[in-house]
Design a protein around this ligand. Structure first.
Ligand code: ADP
Length: 640
């Protein structure tokens, strides 16, 4: 009793704590708390840059992007390994003069050199001729991988004889010290200190011709420069011709084919010799140090501006809202849903968001922030899981305490019932005996007295039956029930049981039919089996209407003995079939009817049959009668 009181006070203490928690995190406050947490986490996260994750996801989307058309205006001529092989040296001033002559004849729009003409080998006269040839092309530029303040233009004046050729800043960048620091080229400078770089100037020239006055899309300020994100095409998208193919005597190109290929084109000339790593860049497509030649990169940069297809970063407020919403969803999911459902919902939301961002990248070239929402999920998840665990722990402790209490109550109940039953058994037997003694004296009793005595006798019988069920239940629960196995022909027990209940069946004019297949004896606990079969036959009679039939059949099949009781009674509702074998269960219909019962019969029957390694099954539907079947193994249950 003391123990009981102690656990009860502990239970109250836990309730107090949960009560306090409930006030703190009550329904009304919960929503505010969650919102506040989500908002704060979002604000904190937005303060950080997750460039590494960001750039990885950016590159992934770039790789997944379907390839788009180029402007078709760009041709590249490369001094490549093939050129060195064929000429047995680097092209000299004479070769360049020849190339420029051919390009001029083919009426190119512009020629851009990404190699400095001053570095080309040749005599003074040859170099002069090279310079003259270059000057005679209207749009001839030298692109230098550098930026310089406008005030220092003189510093980059080429040496004579190239001093009159326009030298423009054509820088390419990579995330070496800033951003993801992975040395990948993603951005390009469009202007430095307000001065357009070479790509911007050329693109504007082309777009002006096409009367396009659109601003450069996706341009953003970055220190002293303006930049855009390059709309990359996979490596080898732009047509490239080896320098040697144009200058050797047996060149593949006739005048006609040269004109066809180069007319009105912007021709980029540069190096593509993989021994010089500096002439290459890493791209979102590949992190290889020679993933793309600088020459091809310039083509990509130029085309991004000509086509105005730079990738645009989504506005900061969209990133803020999406991160906030995802944080809120994660907090809600972690705190309220079952872990597996929660995880599914989060994965679903994340997939939808990722898919949406991929679509926006593909269709509108918009780079939606993925890193912050993704990291928000992880942060919220790991932040709130411990909190959820505390709540769950408290709940299970509460259940545990309740359960303990219930078990104690159940124990008390069973103990009380078996004690009562035991003590009631002797006086009841005495009542039975005395009733029998008085009943045997048929002379001195009036009919009324005889009926009263018979009622006393019947009630005592019912009470004895109820008491023995309770005692059996006690035995089951204290687990001190051992099978007392003896060999017996199951048909004999069936016959005995039928005989016992014949009188009861006759009172309702119920006919019991037998179909008993002859069989050998099997080992079983005869007393327990008698109780099982008695209960089934008694139920069949109890729950059958007057003037109906009950079929009792036995057969032996596949190593099992089947004993079946089929009645034409009220039947059992489908939803109750699963419950009739549970302790104290009586169907709703019979609970209130005059048919008496404890609800223990089938529970005990199932337990006893299963002790024999057998099975008890029922097939029934309302109004169609019921068929209960007991299956017992032919072999010795103790050896199973
Ligand atoms: P009870 O003492 O109530 O008969 P049982 O455990 O033997 O307890 O049976 C449980 C319940 O199953 C009964 O209350 C009754 O509703 C239903 N039931 C059992 N046998 C039959 C039957 N032959 N026909 C219809 N209902 C039955």
């Amino acid at each position: 009793m003391r123990k009981f009181r102690m656990s009860n006070s502990r239970f109250q203490f836990s309730q107090f704590n949960i009560g306090t928690l409930k006030v703190l995190f009550g329904k009304r406050f919960q929503a505010y708390w969650r919102f506040l947490f989500a908002f704060s986490i979002t604000l904190v996260l937005m303060k950080f840059n997750f460039d590494f994750v960001d750039s990885y996801l950016y590159d992934l989307r770039m790789r997944l992007k379907p390839t788009t058309n180029t402007s078709g205006l760009i041709e590249t001529i490369a001094i490549d390994s093939q050129t060195l092989d064929k000429l047995h040296r680097s092209p000299n001033a004479v070769d360049h003069v020849e190339l420029l002559k051919k390009l001029k004849a083919a009426q190119v729009k512009a020629v851009i050199y990404f190699i400095h003409p001053g570095e080309v080998v040749g005599s003074l006269e040859e170099q002069q001729e090279f310079a003259n040839e270059a000057q005679s092309i209207e749009h001839f530029y030298i692109g230098i991988n550098d930026v310089w303040p406008h005030s220092q233009d003189f510093a980059y004046l080429p040496h004579p004889p190239f001093q009159k050729i326009k030298t423009l800043s054509a820088p390419y960048t990579s995330d070496r010290k800033l951003g993801a620091k992975d040395d990948v080229t993603r951005r390009m400078i469009t202007s430095f200190q307000g001065e357009d770089v070479l790509h911007t100037l050329i693109a504007k020239m082309i777009r002006n011709e096409k009367h396009s006055r659109e601003l450069i899309k996706g341009e953003f300020s970055y220190y002293a420069s303006k930049q855009v994100l390059i709309d990359f095409h996979p490596s080898k998208t732009y047509p490239q011709i080896s320098f040697s193919n144009l200058v050797v005597p047996d060149s593949d190109f006739s005048e006609d084919s040269l004109q066809k290929r180069f007319k009105d084109k912007i021709v980029l000339i540069g190096r593509d010799i993989p021994t010089t790593v500096d002439d290459y860049v890493r791209t979102p497509y590949s992190r290889d140090v020679i993933a793309m030649s600088a020459l091809e990169l310039h083509a990509n940069m130029l085309d991004t501006l000509i086509l105005n297809t730079a990738i645009q970063n989504s506005p900061q407020w969209i990133n803020l809202i999406s991160t906030g919403l995802i944080s809120l969803l994660t907090i809600y999911v972690v705190l309220t849903l079952a872990p597996s459902t929660g995880l599914l919902i989060l994965l679903g939301a994340l997939s939808i968001y990722t898919f949406f961002s991929i679509l926006m990248f593909w269709i509108f070239h918009i780079n939606i922030d993925l890193s912050h929402p993704l990291i928000a999920i992880f942060v919220c998840y790991y932040f709130f899981i411990p909190y959820r665990l505390i709540i769950e722990n408290r709940k299970s402790w509460e259940y545990f305490e309740k359960n303990k209490l219930l078990v104690q109550v159940e124990e008390l109940k069973t103990n009380f019932l078996s004690m009562m039953s035991h003590d009631l058994k002797t006086p009841l037997a005495r009542i039975q005996g005395m009733a029998d003694v008085v009943l045997s004296d048929t002379q001195s009793l009036s009919l009324k007295q005889k009926n009263a005595l018979e009622t006393i006798r019947k009630s005592a019988d019912e009470l004895i039956e109820f008491i023995s069920s309770i005692l059996n239940l006690g035995r089951i629960e204290s687990k001190d029930l051992k099978l007392n196995l003896k060999s017996k022909d199951p048909n004999q027990i069936v016959e005995e049981v039928i005989q016992k209940y014949e009188f009861l069946a006759n009172t309702k004019n119920i006919q019991i039919q037998k179909e008993l297949e002859p069989m050998f004896s099997i080992k079983m606990d005869i007393d327990l089996m008698r109780q099982v079969l008695s209960n089934l036959l008694e139920n069949a009679i109890k729950y059958s209407p007057e003037n109906s039939k009950i079929l009792v059949s036995t057969e032996e099949r596949d190593g099992f003995v089947y004993i079946q009781f089929t009645d034409q009674g009220s039947g059992i509702q489908e939803e109750e079939i699963g419950q009739i074998f549970t302790k104290f269960y009586r169907s709703k219909k019979h609970k209130t009817s005059s048919i008496k019962g404890s609800g223990l019969g089938l529970y005990l029957a199932k337990y006893f049959v299963e002790l024999h390694h057998g099975r008890i099954t029922v097939d029934s539907s309302p109004g169609q009668g019921s068929s209960f079947s007991v299956e017992l193994p032919v072999s010795d249950p103790e050896k199973l």
